[in-house]
Every structure is written in C-alpha cells, then in structure tokens.
Design a binder for this molecule. Structure first.
Ligand code: ZN
Length: 159
C-alpha cells in the first residue's frame, strides 16, 4: 500500500538546517509513527510522503512556510524583569506564558538590565529544513486512531 489519508506511517528521518547541521534524527531510536493526513507532522513533509511506498528513501527540502512557519516578530516581546518576581531568569530558559490566545511556549533570548526579551516562535521557525526520510512501515489506521487524529501503539500515543 502507499502513504495516503488515514494511513499510519513509520519513518526513520534525519533533519538538518541549511548549513547541514543535524537538528534531530530517529537513528538509534524507534521510527517516528504518525497518522497521515492528520497534520501530525509538518505540512511539507506530509506532502512529500504522499503516495510513497515502504522502503522508499527521500531527500526533501522544505521552506519555512511548509515547516515550522516564518519567524513572527510580534511573538518577540520585551517584558520587565520584575514580572518574573523571585524566579531566577537566564537566557535559554523556556516556560509557558499565558497569552490571549492561550498558553504559549516561550524562551528567554536576551536580558538587558531590567528588560527581558522572550520569543514565542518555534525554535525552527524561519528555517528551511532538509530531511532524509526512509519509510519503514505503512498500515491502515483503526477507526479509533482516525477519530483521535493520531496513531496508537508502538511509536504512537499511549493513553
Ligand atoms: Zn488516541
């Protein structure tokens, strides 16, 4: 069978940035298992896998808008240091901020005196990515997996 809507697909992958620096890889781990067509993975990768078969190896270059999105300036904010109260503050610290759109994972990118810069962009936002992917398994999703919008079992959700 081929990769299509409501197939559960297992892939091994390595992802690099535009300078060839490896960002993540499933090598040495279990493959990534996802439900195709349910937006479990980035759009550019899902699109490239459509119609492919087990054993196929792909090299895929993905623009930011088809990966983790463009870097959005409005998600970068300066907040007063005192807003953190007694909490120790350092660059690279990650925490959940409460926003009008709900909780957002942000990272502290700079501290300048009384001003702390926080960035709510995904760490890979604005970056073109290059994937090496091998498809290791394809199966039909169960009705429950389709209803939940994700894969169950090994490599998938456990609940
Ligand atoms: Zn589920």
């Amino acid at each position: 069978m081929t990769v299509k809507q409501n197939a559960v697909v297992s892939i091994h992958y390595t992802v690099r940035d535009e300078d060839g620096v490896q960002l993540d890889s499933s090598e040495g781990r279990d493959p990534l298992v996802y439900l195709h067509g349910a937006h479990n993975i980035i759009p550019g990768l899902e699109l490239a896998l459509e119609g492919k078969k087990v054993g196929e190896q792909l090299q895929i270059s993905i623009a930011p808008e088809e990966a983790y999105g463009e870097h959005l300036d409005h998600l970068v904010e300066s907040v007063p240091l005192q807003a953190f109260g007694e909490q120790p503050v350092e660059v690279g610290m990650r925490f959940e901020a409460q926003t009008e759109q709900g909780p957002l994972s942000v990272v502290i990118t700079a501290i300048d005196g009384e001003h702390v810069t926080v960035d709510g962009n995904h760490p890979l936002a604005g970056k073109p990515l290059s994937f090496d992917v091998t498809i290791t398994d394809i199966r039909d999703a169960s009705a429950e997996e389709v209803a939940h919008g994700h894969a169950h079992g090994p490599g998938g959700h456990h609940h």
